[in-house]
Design a protein around this ligand. Sequence first.
Ligand SMILES: *[C@@H]1O[C@H](CO)[C@@H](O)[C@H](O)[C@H]1NC(C)=O
Ligand SMILES: *[C@@H]1O[C@H](CO)[C@@H](O)[C@H](O)[C@H]1NC(C)=O
Ligand SMILES: [Ca+2]
Length: 148
Amino acid sequence: MRSILIITLLSCFCAAYEAKVFSKCELARKLKTKGMDGYHGYSLANWVCMAQYESKFDTRAFNGRNTDGSKDYGIFQLNSRWWCKNSNQPSANACNKTCNKFLDDNIDDDITCAKRVVRDPNGMSAWVAWVKHCKGKNLSRYLAGCRL
Ligand SMILES: *[C@@H]1O[C@H](CO)[C@@H](O)[C@H](O)[C@H]1NC(C)=O
Ligand SMILES: *[C@@H]1O[C@H](CO)[C@@H](O)[C@H](O)[C@H]1NC(C)=O
Ligand SMILES: [Ca+2]
């Protein structure tokens, strides 16, 4: 009885944190329906490229190794110092969200927060991986083969 209860509790816990790894084109379509193509001047391919290098499209991507002690959450690696609040650090929490919300399989709130991030003066340069791998590059391969 006891073990059944534990198994039930564990499976509920896992269900609440269901992982989803998007395919390139699936993410491109989702971003497009959410108005990201051209959002703040950045074409759709920029967003797909950024997510590719930040998370490999994994909604559960997590980085706990920043030198300032902050952590990065989810498909867009949103940072706990500026954009969301976790339990163990002060945060500007500009997206007004608990960081764990950026690890689930619903990326609607992640997209809303990414829009907030890019409205800051740095634009997409907030994402180090975008600067390194996407900025100023030919990005046509990030939408290649996608029905949009
Ligand atoms: C933050 O989110 C909560 C709901 O999660 C809401 O009640 C509150 O008004 C929000 N605050 C701001 C400043 O948007
Ligand atoms: C970008 O790369 C694609 C495929 O390699 C090519 O067809 C296209 O002409 C390139 N665009 C620019 C602006 O160089
Ligand atoms: Ca989410």
